[in-house]
Design a protein around this ligand. Structure first.
Ligand SMILES: [Zn+2]
Length: 156
């Protein structure tokens, strides 16, 4: 693959925005969180700095980003998301082992990069760790959904 192909944009603006919306809905359903939580993560994704993109055989297999804390000035979280797992330096991820909003933001960036490069969305079924983290939990009631949304917030 040539360098030019690497940077070619394969999706139209309409395809991109539709792809981002569809992905947000899929992610909300898969993680059992409200769509607003995913939309918040899209805002967060705008602030992210991409540090590294891993590409194997033309496919993105993971990326590493730096995301500023929304509540603490000068604090940054480092987030790695890949086909085999995810990791973030924030409290929600490190201590409570939650899929935090930084991981969600990084997935959104990954999906946008995929749409740009190939016109295709990131295939969430390849990321088995996303659903494995749900297996230990009971069927969420509305109360637990509120709990989840709070846990996606940062601990101050
Ligand atoms: Zn995090």
């Amino acid at each position: 693959m040539s360098a030019e192909e690497d940077y070619a944009v394969s999706a139209t603006v309409e395809e991109l925005s539709r792809g981002i919306r569809e992905f947000a809905r899929k992610l909300a359903a898969l993680l059992n969180v409200r769509i607003e939580k995913i939309l918040d993560a899209i805002d967060l994704a705008r602030l992210a700095e991409i540090l590294d993109i891993r590409i194997v055989n033309g496919e993105i297999i993971g990326l590493r980003v730096k995301i500023p804390s929304e509540t603490r000035r000068g604090v940054f979280y480092y987030t790695i998301v890949g086909i085999y797992g995810s990791k973030c330096t924030c409290e929600a991820s490190m201590i409570r082992r939650r899929i935090c909003k930084h991981i969600i933001a990084t997935l959104i960036i990954w999906n946008i990069l995929n749409l740009f490069r190939t016109g295709r969305q990131l295939d969430l079924s390849k990321l088995r760790w996303l659903t494995e983290s749900e297996h230990g939990e009971t069927t969420p009631s509305s109360g637990e959904l509120r709990e989840d949304s709070r846990e996606l917030q940062e601990v101050s």
